[in-house]
Design a protein around this ligand. Structure first.
Ligand code: C5P
Length: 397
């Protein structure tokens, strides 16, 4: 997560939502921490909270309109975009995320999003159903792929009476998320790349070969690394999971796409955690058309996919590598062999089968590295991920 510090210029964008009132406190806390704050509001935001409140806490005029001669004469919008060291949009409404995702520039704030070269962070706030709507999910994926950072939302009771994810984080949480992202934590200042989920290998335009991986372990791992101050990129196969706060995400389908996304983004990576259940084989020549059921038997010829983890582990001066081994038997033996054969620095192995490993909430791990091992007992995947990266922190470098 790219953060800010005292003395930096923060452009705070406020969009229309009930959470806009929390942003007055947000501006006040940033000011108190020594950050220079200027506020830009959308028209809709001004219906929830008056520009005067922001002006009072920042000591700076608040801007709303793009074509405002008086303000443009004082500091034009391009100048304002250049002034910013960071653009934070809090709250970010569903509508604003959609406008951002599609590159609209029909008001001052959306224009600033296009014009600034500074890092952009959004703190979404909306009703749970709007948050989980496929349109919002797709918009957020597009934004995170482009490097937009996401803080929150929190889960809990909402202004509309629903309960679930969608509430904007509290002002203090947003301030600490942006101001202390790298200064604390086992992986502060480190870059981590995580792969997660299954891959899909096309048979024809409507069929594919895949597996039962839910991506939960990889997403928990990405969240745990980010929670310990790492800058995390998550390369995810097709899964139905929200991107953890502060994590950048690239979505892929096939093993070869995952391989490409990983190698395109390896520069400067300190830790590579391969948690994806990558398909070992793919149909050699997927059909352009849907295959018809004419014959009683059909044969599908498969070829080996590239081994992403082994390829990364083989790099000279490559990152520390963490691999996973899902086994149905002889866990320790198979995992030990994998550690040696793939040349990885650490392997986390788990038994899979009925109610174990894939697509379940809990898991247990046997962690192996050259010369040592640790056992992590059955627990939920988030706490397992936190324990695992604790062990990794002790052994890497
Ligand atoms: O050999 P096996 O598939 O059991 O190894 C599992 C480990 O290797 C996991 O960490 C997985 O993410 C990684 N892997 C990979 N690319 C493949 C196959 C596995 O990165 N093609």
């Amino acid at each position: 997560m790219k953060g800010i510090e005292a003395g930096n210029n923060l452009l705070l964008g406020v969009t229309g939502g009930i959470a806009a009132y929390k942003s007055v406190e947000l501006a006040r806390l940033f000011r108190k921490a020594g950050v220079n704050v200027r506020v830009v509001m959308t028209e809709a935001a001004t219906r929830f909270v008056g520009p005067m409140s922001f002006q009072a806490v920042t000591g700076q005029p608040v801007r709303v309109r793009l074509f405002d001669e008086e303000h443009e004469a004082a500091m034009g919008h391009i100048e304002l975009a250049r002034w910013a060291d960071h653009l934070l949009i809090a709250p970010a409404s569903a509508d604003f995320l959609a406008r951002m995702a599609h590159g609209l520039g029909d008001d001052l704030l959306s224009t600033l999003c296009l014009a600034t070269a500074a890092p952009v962070t959004v703190a979404p706030a909306m009703n749970i159903h709007m948050w989980s709507h496929p349109a919002t999910r797709a918009n957020l994926s597009l934004l995170t792929e482009r490097g937009v950072q996401v803080l929150g939302p929190a889960s809990g009771e909402q202004a509309c009476g629903d309960t679930g994810p969608g509430r904007m984080l509290e002002a203090a949480e947003i301030v600490s998320g942006l101001m202390y992202p790298r200064k604390t934590g086992l992986f502060s200042g480190k870059r981590v790349l995580v792969t997660a989920g299954p891959t899909r290998e096309a048979v024809d335009p409507v069929r594919f070969i895949s597996n039962r991986s839910s991506g939960k372990m990889g997403f928990a791992l990405a969240e745990a690394f980010a929670g310990q101050g790492a800058e995390v990129l998550l390369v995810a196969g097709p899964v139905k999971l929200d991107t953890p706060a502060g994590v950048r995400r690239i979505d892929v389908q096939s093993a070869r796409q995952m391989h490409e996304a990983v190698f395109d983004n390896l520069q400067g990576v300190d830790v590579f955690a391969a948690c994806a259940a990558v398909a070992d084989y793919r149909p050699v020549s997927p059909s352009d058309q849907k295959i018809k059921k004419n014959a009683e038997r059909m044969e599908l010829t498969l070829v080996r996919n590239p081994d992403i983890l082994a390829d990364v582990a083989a790099l000279e001066n490559g990152p520390f590598t963490l691999g996973f081994a899902a086994e149905t038997r002889a866990l320790a033996d198979n995992a030990g062999t994998k550690l040696a054969e793939k040349g990885v620095d650490m392997i986390a192995a788990n038994l899979v089968g009925e109610n174990l490993g894939f697509d379940v909430e809990q898991n247990a791990l046997l962690v192996l590295w050259p010369g040592g091992e640790a056992t992590l007992p059955v627990q939920d995947k988030k706490s397992l991920a936190r324990e695992l990266i604790g062990i990794l922190a002790e052994h890497y470098q």
